[in-house]
Design a protein around this ligand. Structure first.
Ligand code: ZN
Length: 275
């Protein structure tokens, strides 16, 4: 495989995009392996997905990165999602559709996550709430930052609730995308030069950009989930729009061109560690 191709089958590394006055950094926490046959089994009974060898890691598993997004604008810092947390589970102890779960890498990036104003969690699943549920040990006052989640998610009562259209930071609006879970939210970020859509778990693989009828085996409502994928693809089709898909291996930032997810030009540079 060429070095570029390897990116589709390895966990995401630290990288960022600049939208003008807003900088978005993907900060890695680990990965979850997905069984390519089981994951899309409902909508892909013939397991065509297995033919996408470029997306499969050494064990023949789809590599779903786990990470958080740090959004930094003039005078504000917003964190999206809370990773898998300090946990590692061998493949033998996970759901049949999953392989190994490997969290904990966020500790290497603690200095980067200081002084966050708020945390928005796209939905209440283990790989998005891990560090918040663990109490953010060693992450300074991150634990005290307001935590927000979509209306309908089974989060603690002291967490704030957000709905479609709510502005959670200057130029950052909630896009309600239910289906994967009842209160799942995506975000639309308006920078001065480009805009970006944070997908959340509306999609788990770039294959779904070309084949949006494919839903995962963990959808709460398959029809609603399909509608949400369609809504997000409409947003991604607006000129000047990037996407952030935290589960897309080492290609979390992309653009949709010709019905495909392509790494966004100049956007996937690996940023150096904080000095
Ligand atoms: Zn997820």
């Amino acid at each position: 495989m060429t070095p570029a191709a390897v990116r589709w089958a390895r966990p995401g590394r630290l990288q960022q995009v600049v939208l003008g006055d807003v900088v978005v950094t993907y900060v890695p926490d680990g990965f979850v392996e997905l069984d390519p046959g089981a994951w899309f089994s409902r909508d892909d009974p013939n397991r065509v997905f297995r033919t996408h060898k470029e997306l499969l890691g050494d064990a023949g598993m789809l590599v779903a990165s786990v990470g958080v997004l740090l959004l930094e604008g003039p005078g504000w810092r917003l964190l999206v999602d809370a990773g898998l947390g300090p946990t590692r589970v061998p493949a033998s102890d996970t759901h049949p559709a999953l392989g190994a779960m490997h969290g904990g890498d966020l500790v290497d990036h603690r200095p980067r996550l200081r002084d966050v104003d708020a945390v928005v969690v796209t939905h209440w699943h283990d790989d998005h709430v891990g560090w918040a549920r663990a109490g953010w040990p060693g992450f300074g006052n991150l634990r005290e930052a307001p935590h927000l989640v979509g209306t309908g998610e089974p989060a603690p009562s002291h967490w704030g609730r957000v709905s479609d259209g709510d502005e959670v930071a200057p130029g950052v609006r909630v896009l309600a995308t239910p289906g994967h879970t009842a209160g799942h939210v995506s975000l639309v970020v308006a920078g001065t030069e480009q805009r970006l859509v944070v997908l959340g778990d509306v999609m788990h693989s770039p294959v779904q950009v070309a084949q949006p009828h494919l839903g995962s085996c963990f959808e709460l409502d398959a029809h609603e989930s399909r509608r949400s994928r369609s809504r997000v693809l409409d947003e991604l089709a607006v000129p000047g729009t990037l996407g952030a898909a935290t589960h897309f291996a080492d290609v979390p930032f992309g653009v949709v061109r010709g019905g495909r997810w392509e790494p966004s030009d100049g956007a996937s540079m690996v940023v150096p560690p904080p000095g």
